[in-house]
Design a protein around this ligand. Structure first.
Ligand SMILES: Cc1cc2nc3c(=O)[nH]c(=O)nc-3n(C[C@H](O)[C@H](O)[C@H](O)COP(=O)(O)OP(=O)(O)OC[C@H]3O[C@@H](n4cnc5c(N)ncnc54)[C@H](O)[C@@H]3O)c2cc1C
Length: 464
């Protein structure tokens, strides 16, 4: 049992448990929800996607029920004791497993070489894909015996955040925020209970913003010029209530100065037993390869369903470089993406098809350069296809694949007067964590591990 859970006790005794809204169901939001519930909070999580996972999520298809394509992180390394403790708990509960796939570097100049992992790598267990990690965090939080509670709302895109001021506060800048309401696309307050009862006017005592999107100016680039929900709320607090929380202002300034490295992902799947699946298996002697010295392709992930007796579906996921994604037209979010469906982010099916073909074609050309060496074969994944693919190809645009710049430190990620706290892969611990006897190590910005740890840390801060 890790230090967090040893310290976790029903913190709120006879007083009512704090009601906490967690905006976002990526790894950090799920970790925050998991740890907040363990500390006795009543948590409601709002995620615009169809399920949890975010950038460590898994695409599924109604037409192919067994398909699970990790279109964000395909696996992740964990180096800190705290991160390892969380992952081992998830592993023991059957939600995560050590990732043992073949990794390597595919150099555009020199071909392929295998590389040994320098830390334990993890992924979701069994057929759950990477989303299994986030799902597991939430499932554990719902188990009997958890001091708090958890309700998850999916397909719930938060369009606006509305603060309620404490009675007697307001004008003059001396007031305090008493709570937050979250508003959906149709203007209704989110968080209705399962029996359909309307939520109270200010249902939440605290707002935990996971991921940086809802607090970053880039939101308006994706969503037709609308201001990011938390930036709009902070402006309204100033202009309508004369309220400013310096901690919130400083955190928003830090987040706003961070840049986002984008990534385009082309993905497709070949059916179990098909010629294409056999061909891809032979041509690609790895599960994850980092591509170097290439202007278009950054990473290739081959996702094989090893639980299938005769070799299951094979998915091929090609990640672009940030430079390629930056220079690509912005009207290609993936026509089926949540950003396009719920947020009205621009999407063009034609542009999507062209970019997908370009990414897959770039991989094909790269492999052809080294075919016959390093175990690499020629690949036929770009149209016209020798036989129909089982799924795809599809495109997904990650506007913020990886945050860059100065991180927000955990100590600055809580604004108690505004009752807002932040978690995500852009939040780092102030001090390094000990890493299994190898000295101090701080989880790196833009990693699943940073997201996992920031959720645990923010939960402690809010519960305190
Ligand atoms: C292609 C790719 C490859 C990667 N490879 C690796 C890797 O190899 N190793 C590694 O460690 N990391 C990798 N990463 C990074 C890793 O996936 C992230 O660091 C981590 O998943 C971030 O989790 P998060 O919770 O901070 O953010 P997110 O996963 O972005 O979660 C934020 C969530 O909030 C939701 N949301 C945002 N705004 C709203 C709103 N207004 N209303 C409702 N919901 C909202 C989003 O839908 C999202 O689910 C990769 C990422 C990508 C994209």
């Amino acid at each position: 049992m890790d230090a967090f859970l040893r310290g976790a006790k029903k913190a709120f005794g006879a007083s009512a448990a704090p009601r906490v809204a967690v905006l976002g169901g990526g790894v950090s939001g799920c970790s925050a929800a998991h740890h907040l519930a363990a500390l006795g909070c009543d948590v409601s999580l709002f995620e615009m996607g169809r399920g949890p996972g975010g950038r460590a999520g898994t695409r599924r298809s109604r037409s192919l029920p067994g398909l699970a394509v990790n279109h964000g992180a395909p696996t992740f390394d964990v180096r800190t004791d705290e991160g390892t403790a969380i992952m081992e708990r998830l592993e023991a509960a059957g939600h995560a497993a050590e990732y043992v796939g073949v990794r390597g570097v595919l150099s555009a100049e020199r071909g392929f070489s295998k590389s040994a992992a320098s830390a334990v790598n993890w992924a979701g267990a069994g057929g759950s894909g990477m989303a299994g990690v986030s799902e597991g965090l939430l499932e554990e939080a719902r188990k009997a015996g958890t001091p708090g509670s958890l309700a998850c709302h999916y397909g719930a895109m938060v369009h606006a955040l509305v603060p309620t001021m404490a009675a007697g506060g307001g004008g003059g800048g001396g007031g305090e925020v008493a709570g937050w309401s979250l508003v959906g696309a149709d203007g209704s307050t989110l968080g209705a209970t399962e029996d359909g009862a309307a939520p109270p006017p200010a249902p939440f005592d605290w707002l935990v913003v996971s991921g940086s999107g809802a607090a970053h100016p880039r939101w308006s680039e994706a969503f037709a010029g609308r201001e990011a929900p938390l930036l709009a709320a902070a402006s309204a607090l100033r202009s309508e209530h004369g309220f400013e929380d310096e901690a919130l202002t400083a955190a928003l300034a830090c987040i706003g100065a961070q840049e986002a490295a984008p990534c385009l992902v082309a993905m497709c799947a070949a059916a179990a037993g098909s010629e294409t699946a056999a061909h891809w298996n032979a041509a690609l002697p790895f599960d994850v390869a980092w591509v170097t010295e290439h202007p278009v392709v950054q990473k290739v992930s081959v996702q094989r369903d090893s639980s299938h007796p005769s070799g299951g579906d094979v998915s091929l996921v090609v990640h672009s470089t940030a430079d390629y994604a930056r220079s690509a037209p912005k009207d290609a979010y993936g026509v089926t993406s949540t950003a396009a469906r719920l947020g009205g982010a621009p999407a063009s099916a034609e542009r999507e098809a062209a970019l997908t073909a370009e990414l897959l074609g770039a991989l094909e050309e790269l492999l052809r350069r080294h075919a016959g060496r390093f175990g690499l074969g020629e690949l036929s994944c770009a149209a016209p296809y020798a036989e129909p693919l089982a799924w795809g190809p599809h495109l997904h645009r990650w506007g913020n694949c990886e945050p860059k710049g100065e991180p927000l430190y955990a100590g600055d990620a809580v604004a108690p007067r505004a009752r807002v706290a932040f978690c995500g892969d852009y939040v780092l611990q102030e001090q390094g964590q000990k890493t299994n006897g190898k000295g101090k190590y701080v989880a790196r910005m833009g990693s699943v591990e940073a997201a996992l740890l920031s959720g645990a840390t923010v939960a402690q801060a809010v519960a305190n």
